[in-house]
Ligand binder design. Structure first.
Ligand SMILES: [Zn+2]
Ligand SMILES: [Zn+2]
Length: 281
């Protein structure tokens, strides 16, 4: 499968000269299977450009939209996702149970008091809710997608994609417990990520920042690296960069995480997510 990062930032979009390398758009990651099935994870501001570049070629282009949770930074791009205006497009939505509420909410509700000037019912695309992944794995062609519950205010789901012997795990907006705290919770994320070829995980905070931000639902990068090493993943991509983080700071975090892995004699590869980057699994 091919993975592309359209938005890597957490909390709020951060355009500007300090965020050119790693990107300023909020969460949006595209996964395309070898058979051509397209899954978009989250509709943060990064989804706008993806929508503009997607070619809706056939009469029935299918896009699966998987929503981790409905915090704004994961949804605010949806009204600007141009395929919603294309009658040849079928958007199949799944993910956290409140996902349809989340994507409908910004649109006008026909009482004229919405946050957006057009109503959801006027969108040309066929937008349907699948409601599968909350109950059982979702099968899309040969790709199987299952979920794990996040440790995050109001909840959310992380997702695991398996296809042709390859595994991608995507977990953002997740607060990993510190060493010695809630071992069964850590075991849950280790088991879910076990042996993944690629783990994309929240690493919003530094260890120093983390102590003052407990309960906010994000991880510090040290715990994220420890999870990846314990789960024996091949490659870790640090995700959901803090909005205050400059490119230079993200690059330092990336180097520090590589050092942690090296000190533990781990073969783990570590990168910080870059907007526009692609990974071929
Ligand atoms: Zn977020
Ligand atoms: Zn969130």
């Amino acid at each position: 499968m091919k993975i592309k990062f359209w938005g890597t930032r957490g909390s709020i979009a951060t355009p500007g000269k300090e965020t050119v390398t790693y990107g300023g758009n909020t969460t949006c990651v595209e996964v395309v299977s070898p058979q051509g099935h397209r899954v978009v994870i989250d509709a943060g501001s990064g989804i706008r450009l993806l929508g503009d570049l997607l070619e809706i070629t056939s009469e029935s282009t299918e896009i699966y939209l998987l929503i981790t949770h409905i915090h704004w930074d994961h949804l605010l791009g949806f009204p600007f996702f141009s395929p919603i205006h294309d009658s040849g497009c079928k958007i199949k939505v799944d993910g956290y149970p409140s996902c349809m509420k989340g994507i409908r909410y910004p649109f006008d509700n026909q009482m004229g008091d919405g946050f957006f000037p057009i109503s959801f019912e006027d969108l040309e695309a066929e937008i349907t809710y699948l409601g599968v992944v909350k109950k059982e794995p979702l099968h899309i062609g040969e790709m199987v997608i299952d979920k794990v519950a996040l440790t995050h205010p109001q909840g959310g789901f992380g997702f695991r994609f398996r296809e042709q012997g390859k595994t991608l795990v995507f977990i953002t907006d997740n607060e990993l417990p510190r060493e010695g705290e809630s071992p069964e919770l850590m075991d849950r994320y280790v088991a879910f990520s076990e042996g993944a070829d690629l783990l994309i995980h929240d690493a919003q905070y530094t260890p120093d920042e983390f102590s003052g931000r407990r309960g906010w639902g994000h991880s510090n990068y040290e715990d994220t690296v420890k999870l990846a090493m314990r789960a024996g993943v091949r490659k870790l991509i640090l995700f959901h960069h803090d909005p205050s983080r400059t490119d230079k700071e993200v690059s330092e975090i990336e180097k520090h995480c590589r050092r942690i892995a090296k000190e533990q004699r781990s073969d783990l590869e570590v990168e910080a997510a870059r907007e526009g980057a692609e990974v071929d699994l």
